[in-house]
Write a protein that binds this ligand. Structure first.
Ligand code: V4E
Length: 221
């Protein structure tokens, strides 16, 4: 398990040129379909838990508590507020355990006698349905001196967003990741003190306004 620390940013016509100027190296382009799952009552996403299938692999992103020793100065905490941090779980049995903990009641009511769980049955048993599906074309860059990855994403519903990302192994130094991201943001000339919306934010706003409003009212988004 690792923690993904990232800052999103809006891309401009100059972003590619700037990446080149600061020495970022393009490491490839790929395309993937993301399918996100939740119960019809949004049990997972209301807990800020994001279950998805990307290219046949399951991933669960869960919130991770902020360490009180981080973000000592005002400037540091402002920079940190522009970043998100989520635990990334990719081990399917662990994902299933975590998801069941949240949707326990539903799960108990729908339990069947089968002990063998194929993909279909574990989703339907706990009443998980796909609420979002979109394809992203991603160009990835690394800035080796900082150890960060920069992704430029173009989603098929017409949203373009960049992200500066550091993966921190469990128990690793999140503060140092935040500093790397902040230095990279400065190199990219990013200004603005508002968090930039992620793809899901925009997707839900456009396609599922009820779900979006619920997440806003519960301060998840
Ligand atoms: C964590 C989260 C969601 C899951 C998707 O996360 P995101 O990093 O936006 O997607 P993507 O495709 O870049 O994943 P990667 O390839 O980096 O693993 S959907 C909504 N959230 C919460 C969230 C939030 N509250 N604020 C911001 C700015 N982003 C995400």
């Amino acid at each position: 398990m690792s923690v993904e620390v990232e800052r999103k940013f809006l891309c401009s016509a100059d972003t590619l040129k700037t990446l080149e100027e600061i020495g970022a190296v393009c490491v490839g382009q790929r395309q993937f379909l993301d399918q996100y799952f939740d119960t019809p009552k949004f049990d997972l996403t209301l807990k800020d838990m994001w279950l998805r299938n990307r290219k046949g692999c399951w991933e669960l992103k869960c919130p991770t508590p902020v360490d009180r020793t981080e973000e000592t100065s005002g400037e540091q905490s402002k920079a940190a507020a522009l970043c998100t941090r989520y635990k990334e779980i990719t081990n399917l049995p662990e994902i299933q355990t975590r998801v069941r903990e949240v949707v326990k009641d539903v799960c108990e009511r729908r339990e069947t006698s089968s002990s063998q769980e194929d993909e279909e049955s574990w989703l339907s048993k706990i009443n998980l349905v796909c609420f979002a599906a979109f394809t992203t074309v991603r160009r990835s860059f690394t800035l080796e001196e900082e150890g960060v990855q920069i992704d430029l994403d173009q989603a098929d519903f017409g949203y373009h967003v960049g992200e500066i990302e550091v993966l921190v192994p469990e128990g690793g130094d999140v503060q140092s990741a935040l500093e790397k991201i902040e230095r990279t943001a400065r190199k990219l000339g990013l200004t603005g003190d508002q968090r930039v919306e992620g793809k899901m934010n925009v997707y839900l706003k456009r396609n599922h306004p009820e779900h979006y409003a619920k997440l806003l009212s519960e301060h998840v988004l």
